[in-house]
Design a protein around this ligand. Structure first.
Ligand SMILES: [Fe+2]
Length: 456
């Protein structure tokens, strides 16, 4: 990396950042004004497109000038999904990580674990520019450094440092502005299976913006080292570069390591809880539920979680999003599903309490794991997908599903969350898309395209 400029302690504010030429409606209308007045007035044109572009060509017409200016993105217009570059550069400098958590348009948290208590620091900057340094300010084993004042939808280069060691160079992207489209990868139930290595390779090559974990990522979450051996270790390179939003599964056994390693406490009902939370990314609102606990009303009594979930479903973020998506470890489809006939078990709280509530609040998609197969079905207007093919031993089904689209294989889900549609693809380890479904924006339950498999 280039010589660094130590700037801040804890919190860093970039002055003068955040201005993206040609990307605001204001610039666009100013541009039209200038073009109408006199297209050859280069000084004003320079103010908008910058001196480099303006000096290359002096445009003769509005059309020609428009070609020089980056496409104007209207608020709420989300396509196309911006391309990401995910480097496959596994780094064993530290026991765990570095890995990325809770990206927003202007901030991100970088975490890593050391074997001894040491102070940490993060060095970062946009590629080809000066580098900044944020100090952690205390010695610890689990390091979490918040970077703030960043530009939206932007690639940064970073390294972390503890004691005498400095990591290799990795990258992160900030989240897009509200309304931005994006791509996610989701899977559950790798839980120690060796096909997980192939899942990780396939996902890394797919360059997703975020990872959605559908639970059961370790065989036994009480065993601290399982989180390294079966999750953060095999997916080391991927997590250096792509943020993770995981749901807790039954195999986590509510072990304390989950709470040490995740970073969802500010998204949750209180700082001690990190298993039921919500997050917003670009054009989508996500609700994440813990199917191990009492997230639903019991009798006529509300639980802390059920109260909080109801409030979140009414939040401005949920209402403003183009897409409303929920996920948890356990599925909730019953007669619409064949998963139970393949050895799976549904969660009654999801079935009886959450799915009707989600439908009431115009949710488009519910994703789960737990059953080690792929299944796509509809529960009312909600697309219900099981993505439990992350690497654990597969289920066995005696007969093909007469009620859903079901495949028993290892795979991951690719979500293309766009402006007019949300396309969910099931991707095999050979890269083949073996099933897909595309929802139209607006009213939930509008399937505009789907795979040719049995789709009752
Ligand atoms: Fe499970």
């Amino acid at each position: 990396m280039k010589p660094r400029i130590p700037v801040a302690f804890w919190v860093l504010v970039f002055l003068g950042m955040g201005v993206v030429q040609g990307c605001s409606g204001e610039s666009d209308s100013k541009l039209q004004e200038i073009v109408s007045d006199d297209a050859s007035d280069t000084s004003e044109i320079q103010d908008i497109v910058g001196p480099e572009i303006a000096s290359e060509v002096i445009p003769d017409s509005a059309e020609e000038l428009e070609e020089l200016v980056p496409e104007v993105v209207e608020p709420g217009c989300l396509t196309p999904v911006p391309t990401r570059i995910v480097d496959n550069n596994p780094d064993e400098t530290f026991d765990l990580g570095p890995y990325l958590m809770v990206p927003t348009p202007t901030s991100i948290v970088i975490k890593w674990r050391t074997l001894e208590e040491e102070e940490g620091a993060v060095l970062f900057g946009k590629e080809g520019t000066d580098e900044f340094e944020v100090l952690e300010g205390k010695a610890s084993l689990i390091h979490a450094v918040l970077l703030e004042g960043l530009e939206p939808d932007t690639r940064y280069i970073y390294q972390v440092r503890s004691g005498e060691r400095t990591s290799l160079e990795h990258h992160f992207y900030t989240a897009p502005k509200p309304g931005g489209s994006f791509q996610f990868a989701a899977w559950g139930d790798n839980q120690g299976g060796t096909p997980f290595f192939d899942v990780v390779d396939a996902v890394t090559a797919d360059n997703p913006h975020v990872i959605i974990g559908l639970g059961d990522h370790v065989p036994n979450g009480q065993v601290v080292e399982h989180w390294k051996d079966h999750w953060f270790g095999p997916a080391r390179a991927l997590f250096h570069e792509v943020p993770l939003f995981a749901a807790i599964g039954n195999h986590a056994y509510n072990g304390p390591t989950w709470y040490d390693l995740m970073e969802y406490q500010k998204l949750s009902v209180n700082p001690n809880e990190e298993t039921v939370y919500s997050w917003t990314y670009g054009n989508a609102f996500f609700l994440v539920v813990d199917t191990n606990g009492l997230f639903f009303d019991v009798g006529n009594m509300e639980t802390d979680w059920s109260k909080w979930i109801k409030k979140e479903l009414e939040s401005p973020e949920a209402k403003a999003a183009t897409w409303r998506i929920a996920y948890a470890h356990e599925p909730g489809a019953d007669e619409e599903s064949w998963a139970e006939e393949c050895g799976g078990v549904l969660n009654t709280g999801i079935r009886v309490w959450l799915l009707p509530l989600l439908e009431e609040h115009d949710f488009h998609l519910y994703m789960a794991g737990h059953v080690h197969l792929y299944e796509r079905t509809m529960v009312g207007n909600i697309l219900h997908v099981i993505g439990g093919g992350g690497g654990g031993g597969l289920e066995e089904c005696e007969t093909p599903s007469p009620v859903s689209t079901l495949f028993v294989r290892h795979f991951f889900l690719r979500g293309l969350v766009g402006c007019d549609s949300l396309r969910l693809e099931a991707v095999g380890l050979d890269g083949e898309v073996f099933d897909w479904v595309e929802l139209g924006a607006g009213e939930p339950g509008n399937i505009i395209d789907q795979g040719p498999g049995p789709n009752p």
